[in-house]
Design a binder for this molecule. Sequence first.
Ligand code: AHG
Ligand code: MN
Ligand code: MN
Length: 334
Amino acid sequence: MSERLGMPLSRFILEEQKRHPGARGEFSIIMEQIAIASQVIASHVRKAGLVDILGFTGKINIQGEKVQKLDELANRIFLEAVKSSGRFCAMASEEMNEAVLMANGGQYVIAFDPLDGSSNIDVNVSIGTIFSIHKKVSQGEMATVEDLLQPGYKQVAAGYIIYGSSTMFVYSTGHGVYGFTFDPSVGTYLLSHDPIKIPEKGKIYSVNEANAKRWVEEGLRKYVEWLKEKDEVTKRPYTSRYVGCMVADVHRTLLKGGIFMYPADEKNRNGKLRLLYEANPMGFLVEQAGGMASTGRQRILEIQPESLHQRVPVILGSPYDVEKAVEFIEKYSD
Ligand code: AHG
Ligand code: MN
Ligand code: MN
């Protein structure tokens, strides 16, 4: 068992910096700000059910402000936190049409999904927050959209927070993936998963199978049928889990192994998940944990983004399982 278990997030970040010379001290400030923002979001999430009962979604709150939908509120909280860190010059969010670009000297850019799986809010099922960090690459003082449109393999850090039965902060700066659980009695995140390594093969598949008939890839229909067949050697049939919140489904996949997919279908020609806010950060984490992330045709982290809100098909998880899915896609494509 790791001797570091229980170490507070802030101390862990400092120790990691010592272990990796060249690691930038800025990360402690960045992660600290994100951790605080996630706690503010979590406190709102934890009260989500009360809001209706107490009637303070009567649209106007006690300060005379309109009560915002949790997505917008989370967006505002997260945005303010990263702005106030002073380390970012560009921010893009799933909830904002345009990027926020600044000339404040910040050397990093961030893309985030402030509240992922928001259809789960009303039914008290897990939701999350996802973030992806790159270094600024443009030369001018003012950041540009190109700073945000960098391929995923150039990420310097990525992570998510899951608001589940407990709140967890999971992140990577390119030296493995670490998980921290919020301890309400201490009021901070403590190291609980050191490190997270995805199993080589799993036995769970996770996909919205109701869309199977309209998946573009015939190979995926065949693959999922194959997963349901009986075979002792490959431990089939697999079992199925689908939360409908990428953070929760990927979190389980990282810990237990298996495969998570949101493939292209006739309605969503490029799948549903967004490259910058969802596919890239999760792809980075899964690879850092020893797994794979693919569109079925290409490694996700190698895609050159063309626009902020671009979508991509996503197949990620244990190496054995992702390779198998890709094999089926290749076999059935003409
Ligand atoms: P968001 O709430 O940020 O819009 O994302 C929801 C996403 C993702 O979390 C999940 O994997 C997927 O939508 C579920 O979609 P379906 O309901 O189509 O299965
Ligand atoms: Mn999302
Ligand atoms: Mn969202």
